[in-house]
Ligand binder design. Structure first.
Ligand code: F6R
Ligand code: MG
Ligand code: MG
Length: 374
């Protein structure tokens, strides 16, 4: 059976700053999808990661379907009304356009979708990250799909020995989708050369070269490209199919034990390590650390099994401790050097104005003199 998995997420308001949506907000979105989606979708699952609400839907209408996208948009609108009533912070902040125009792409919410021919059993993982941008998935995807040190399946499984095709997007291009296709293993140095710059080059999808099937779909939207200015971090979602022709679940999860540094955290303007957390976890330390959740399912005839949390198992407690220590260590560096993002990625314009004013006060010294003391 051909099934479409669509995950659409947005930040439409949060408790106490950017920590988590309210219970009523989640209930409103859930009720809206439940009622209005009755004849449209086969199943759904609503969760939050930090301050973002994600709507995962299984249906048969294909990718980019107007009615599916409208369903999510309307649920976010209904949620926004509640967020306004409750006085939540940033109510409706990711709904950047006033009226729905056929597809939520380019309107603020992040989207990851895949139309798949269901295998007899179809295990997949749904990832959601908060306080970071889509490049946060670059390293974990490279390791899971191209590095034999992480993924022994690349040499052990005949189904994976042909490698994977990476579709990488240049997200700095605002006039359209600028993409490149590169094959692992032959072109891994080229893939690495691009993925080392996660603010510009982002993995959009990964495909099996053995079967031609899609393995990964990442939400690549950069909010500032839509709004023309910074409106917050993009907080990307991702779908990953696992097992058989694809890496095993554990091979996809393993890279998250690194706690690699990503763009995000406080005011969306810092470098902080990515912490794997359980689904429905909020935000705290330094408006972070950036977090990623993973929920696993099998989908069968368009019906989702019960969810299993990818980062709930006790192993991840040690990882979380390690990431917390990395975060504290980085924060000891405050505003200096790598602790803060480069100017082009800062979410605030205040510093640009400050530097412009200060620049006017610089003077070229006529001759080498000792500075005058004020
Ligand atoms: C992402 C997030 C941050 C904020 C950013 C701006 O979920 O919450 O990227 O959008 O820190 O925050 P305010 O609105 O406080 O200026
Ligand atoms: Mg936010
Ligand atoms: Mg968020």
């Amino acid at each position: 059976m051909k099934t479409t998995l669509s995950v659409i997420k947005a930040d439409i308001g949060s408790l106490a700053g950017h920590m988590a949506p309210s219970k009523r907000l989640l209930e409103t979105v859930e009720a809206c999808i439940h009622e209005r989606g009755r004849d449209l979708i086969l199943d759904h699952y609503i969760s939050h990661t930090g301050d973002d609400i994600a709507i995962l839907m299984a249906h048969t209408r294909g990718e980019g379907d107007e009615q599916i996208h409208k369903l999510a948009w309307d649920a976010f609108l209904a949620g926004t009304a509640v967020a306004r009533q409750q006085g939540l912070y940033g109510a409706g902040q990711d709904l950047l356009k006033d009226s729905f125009s056929g597809n939520v792409r380019g309107m603020g919410p992040a989207v990851a979708e895949m139309e798949i021919e269901e295998r007899p059993n179809e295990p997949f993982l749904f990832f959601a990250a908060d306080k970071t941008d889509p490049g946060a998935y670059n390293l974990p995807l490279y390791l899971a799909f191209a590095d034999v040190m992480n993924t022994p399946g690349l040499i052990l499984s005949p189904n994976m020995s042909k490698g994977f095709r990476f579709v990488i997007m240049d997200v700095s291009n605002t006039s359209g989708d600028r993409v490149i296709e590169l094959n692992a293993p032959e072109e891994i140095y080229d893939i690495a050369a691009l993925l080392r710059d996660p603010e510009r080059y982002v993995v959009e999808s990964v495909w099996s070269r053995a079967s031609g099937e899609q393995a990964v779909a990442v939400a690549t939207s950069r909010l500032h490209n839509i709004a023309g200015k910074y409106t917050g971090k993009d907080d990307p979602v991702m779908l990953v199919r696992v097992q058989m022709n694809f890496p095993a679940t554990g091979e996809v999860l393993t890279p998250y034990a690194i706690g690699h540094f990503v763009a995000g955290g406080m005011r969306g303007s810092h470098q902080m390590p990515l912490m794997p957390v359980t689904s429905n976890t909020g935000i705290s330390y330094f408006d972070g650390p950036p977090v990623v959740s993973c929920t696993g399912f099998c989908v069968h005839n368009g019906k989702l099994t019960e969810p299993i949390d990818g980062f709930a198992q006790p192993f991840w407690n040690t990882v979380r401790d390690h990431v917390a220590n990395k975060a504290i260590e980085m924060r000891r560096q405050g505003f200096v050097g790598t602790a803060m993002l480069p100017m082009s990625e800062l979410e605030y314009t205040g510093i640009t104005e400050k530097l412009r004013d200060l620049d006017k006060r610089f003077a070229l010294r006529a001759e080498a003199l000792a500075p005058t003391l004020a």
